[in-house]
Design a protein around this ligand. Structure first.
Ligand code: ZN
Length: 220
């Protein structure tokens, strides 16, 4: 079994571990590590920038759930060798800040009768798309982006905890005083790790509200 550390610890950027499996497919030679800190792309969040023994690797999740790292041509490891896996910590923080801000935006828009249906949390292109709920919908024309930005920033400043809960195979993220959301991404540990949240634009197209936003992780 692979120990997927990224699921419980956003802030571990390096680990010494050994190989769990290795193989080869159409995309090249790969290894899977016993202790895995690499987050594969998914849920609207980018994959980590990653290295094994300082060699750049490309991360992917197999359909079985196994997270693998494709090796550069000519790089090999022996099955019992100890290796050091590492990721770009600053990028990880930014992804977690953007992703968690997306969850929060989803939650805070409920009061206006809009519910998120999808999110994309890449730097410089982060957005959440909302559809109307059944009742108490504030029409698009009456939504005020400054008011929404202020509401989200108030929540961020509250510093509420962000927890990960595991119920069997279902993993959820939970921002204190909101609701549990099924999710496989990486999150900040508390809301006040997010800074400079801003709404860049709000657009309505075919009944779908799209809010584009930006956010940073505080320097740590
Ligand atoms: Zn999440």
């Amino acid at each position: 079994m692979q120990n997927n550390i990224y699921l419980t610890n956003t802030y571990q950027y390096e680990i010494e571990t050994t190989l769990l499996e290795q193989g080869k497919d159409d995309e090249g030679c790969w290894i899977a590590l016993k202790d895995n800190i690499f987050h594969p792309q998914g849920g609207g969040q980018p994959t980590d920038t990653a290295w094994v023994n300082n060699k750049s690797v490309r991360i992917k999740k197999q359909s079985s759930g196994l997270v693998i790292a494709y090796l550069p041509n000519g790089v090999t490891f022996s099955p019992s060798e100890k290796v050091t896996a590492s990721i770009d910590g600053e990028k990880r923080q930014r992804y977690a800040a953007l992703h968690t801000a997306g969850h929060l935006l989803n939650w805070e828009l409920r009061r206006f009768g809009w519910m998120a249906q999808k999110g994309h949390h890449f730097p410089d292109e982060s957005r959440v798309e909302f559809c109307m709920m059944e009742t108490n919908v504030t029409p698009f024309e009456q939504l005020d982006s400054q008011q929404i930005e202020d509401i989200v920033n108030q929540s961020i400043n509250s510093g509420r905890k962000v927890e990960i809960k595991q119920n069997g195979t279902l993993r959820t993220s939970y921002i204190d005083q909101t609701e549990e959301m099924p999710c496989g991404g990486t999150h900040v540990s508390s809301l006040n790790c997010i800074e400079h949240f801003s709404i860049k634009s709000m657009k309505l197209k075919k009944g779908i509200l799209r809010i584009s936003y930006d956010a940073q992780h505080i320097a740590i």
